[in-house]
Design a protein around this ligand. Structure first.
Ligand code: 13P
Ligand code: SF4
Length: 304
């Protein structure tokens, strides 16, 4: 990357008191300039611990929204507001409210990959790092889980004493990862460990060594004695894994690309650093309601 541009980023970041938070699926050019890289849970936690007045969030909309909800008094800037998570948009809040009202003895658990409107009618949120721990912590036997059917099925297989009613949403990027592709790579590299995200299909999880959140994978790889890893999640995580473990080998799934994560580019971040726009704006009342399930989730912490 052009050294002048990096210097410009550093100068503006200091001048405007900005912290750049970025998700593990961001392009290498964004990972290289981030102050903090993480999964959804660690990014939400980090966002509540910064003194910076302005947060530039490099990721998709629900992540930037969660950052704003947790920091209503700060400027949260999302360099491309069209970077949306299609799975988050599969939940119709009115339909969810109907389901909730028709099952008064159930608690609603929403994956953090949801809109602020969905969070506002949920009892608690979760991420891929603590879904099982969150569901286990609840007193109700009946749970309404939105929106990822693969993550819901993964939680249900581990938490036998709860009955999950699961929304039929999927992440197109993870649903595209097929068992046959992983087995094909495994055949070529039989000693490689298979790590997959719990948003993958159940039959993909079945053939894996571990199902983990993205930071769960980052933490696992550091302590594993294995030398090679087949990474069943969005392929850009491999850039971070390789940077942090230069002696280890990572086999990505080439088709596993989230096009929305790729909408955030170096140029757009530079523009945002100059203008401190576009800002995430949400109605105050909505933020207050959506903050409750997010805070409850954060009190539970990581489970992986
Ligand atoms: P993580 O929280 O595990 O990083 O996952 C976020 C996500 O969007 C997965 O597709
Ligand atoms: Fe949403 Fe899937 Fe992209 Fe994650 S990878 S942001 S769940 S579309």
């Amino acid at each position: 990357m052009n050294r002048k541009n990096i210097e410009k980023i550093d100068e503006l970041r200091k001048k405007h008191n900005v912290i750049i938070l970025a998700h593990n699926y961001q392009l290498p050019e964004i990972q290289d300039i981030a102050d903090f890289l993480g999964d959804s849970l660690d990014l939400a936690i980090k966002a509540t611990k910064t003194d910076a007045e302005n947060i530039i969030f490099c990721g998709v909309d629900f992540m930037a929204e969660s950052t704003k909800i947790l920091n209503p008094d700060k400027n949260v800037i999302h360099p491309d507001i069209e970077a949306e998570c299609p799975m988050a948009n599969t939940v119709n809040p009115n339909e969810l409210l109907k389901l909730k009202n028709s099952t008064p003895d159930a608690e609603v658990v929403s994956y953090i990959n949801t809109t602020a409107e969905t969070k506002a009618i949920s009892d608690i949120c979760c991420t891929s790092a603590n879904g099982r721990k969150v569901v286990e912590s609840l007193s109700s036997k009946k749970i309404i889980f939105v929106p990822d059917k693969n993550l819901g099925a993964y939680i249900q297989r581990h938490v036998k004493d709860k009955e999950l009613t699961i929304w039929p949403g999927v992440c197109p990027t993870h649903h595209r990862i097929r068992k046959e592709e992983i087995l094909r790579i495994k055949k070529m590299h039989p000693d490689a460990e298979i790590l997959v995200h719990p948003e993958c299909r159940p039959e993909v999880i079945d053939i894996s060594d571990y199902a983990l959140s993205t930071n769960g994978m980052v933490n696992y790889v550091k302590k594993s004695d294995a030398n090679g890893f087949i990474i069943g999640t969005e392929k850009e995580l491999c850039y971070r894994l390789k940077n942090e473990n230069p002696d280890k080998i990572f086999y990505p799934i080439k088709k596993a690309i989230c096009p929305n994560m790729k909408k955030i580019t170096f140029e757009k971040v530079l523009n945002s650093l100059e203008s401190l726009e576009p800002k995430v704006e949400l109605p105050e009342e909505l933020m207050e309601k959506a903050k409750v399930p997010l805070k409850k989730m954060m009190d539970i912490g990581r489970g992986d």
